[in-house]
Write a protein that binds this ligand. Sequence first.
Ligand code: NDP
Length: 461
Amino acid sequence: MTYDYDLFVIGAGSGGVRAARIAAQSGAKVAVAEEFRTGGTCVIRGCVPKKFMVYASEYKTHFKEAEGFGFSFPKQPTYDHTRFIASLAAEVDRLSGIYRRNLNNAGVDVIDDRAVFEDAHTLRLVNSDKTVTAEKILIAVGGEPFIPSDTIEGCEHAITSNEIFDIEDLPRSITIGGGGYIAVEFAHIFAGLGVETSLVYRGDLILRGFDDDIREAVRSGLLESGVRVITHANYTKINETPEGPCKFHVELDNGHAINADVVMLALGRIPYTANLGCDKVGIKLDKRGAVVVDEWSKTNVDSVWAVGDVTDRVALTPVAIREGHCFADTEFGGKPHHFDHDKIASAIFTQPPVGTVGMSEHDARAKYGDVDIYKARFKPMKSALSGDPNRVLMKLIVRQSDQVVLGCHIVGPDAPEIIQAVGIAVKMNATKQDFDNTCALHPSLAEELVTMRDKWVPPEL
Ligand code: NDP
């Protein structure tokens, strides 16, 4: 049987683009279909524009801190959100164009359409109403924001991270629902830009799943930045109030209410498999709608693979890229290998940011019982003059039996940059002795990682 393509990729995001390019460079005939814009969530409405917003929101603090170093600003600096958003959009356009050019240069056919399954080798292009066939199909459609329209009345008034980058006029106030990555990052962004910001979280402490010390440190950072953190609460109803002081009046299930100009939901993301036709082909999905795959990213259907957020493994751009690369190398490059999802470093771009790799103290204790904890909390040198009130947190989780460092958690300036390098050591199963044998670099924040000598003893022991 001959097919139109050796590989058809659904979705031109991080994972899909990498897989398409590597497969094409290995000699395969490849097409990729994208219904929105080349680049996917990360480039168009995720990591990249978010990081630019983080940069923008930090300047106010930088200006304030500069005064401690002798600077003065005879005229108060002003911020023009509309101008910033226009620059941001231009940069996103440029990057999206690069992704597209890279695909074209690799010989990949880029199809601007939505592709859905007809059978295990056939896809229908929805807008052009054509069909294409491929020997192998890769699902790389990513995720979409979860919107609980059954529990929050008036959900249609809320925006998500999909729309947040399009707001041209800076609101006076925003309320953000959720306590995960997106909620805490945007709470800092808007607070930093001078917007009255509240965060509404259903639990006790934000960032569930992270090390408890990180969670506490981020909570303090949010409060320090002026974010109103409301816990044990959920939105129940969003009312439009055109005559009111703010555009919306949001009712909470704790009996209180919040007024805000923008209501944002950051309640998690779900795999974007609705109406993809997986049922027609018998592709197995889990209860969240994620495509179930094995370590080779292969589904239960012989001709279909899936990578990235749609598989709900680890929803991070570099992970999707690695999964896509492994798939293409294995299936088209004659170099079979698969990605190891253990000990992936990640960051939360709060202010100060978080860098983390490996196990939390809680998980390490649950799995190994005896662990040694090394912790340092200190004021960074710069803060002596800048006046930054935040303390740095550095924490190592060490398995007692063999002294392997199971986890490293940092909250402080440059934590994401530091953790990328520490991640190499942790991935290599470095021991506490290896850390100790490494000479400090002075003066730096990171030197604390190799100078922590005393085990932390819980106060109750
Ligand atoms: P997360 O899964 O991180 O957090 C979702 C939050 O919403 C949690 O606090 C959760 O509470 C809460 N929640 C979920 N369902 C409900 C509900 N029905 N009612 C009330 N609250 C609810 O999702 P995000 O949207 O923040 O981020 C999505 C993914 O994007 C992340 O998992 C991450 O992989 C990726 N991402 C990574 C970033 C980075 O690397 N810096 C930045 C942004 C996103 P609870 O904890 O109680 O379950």
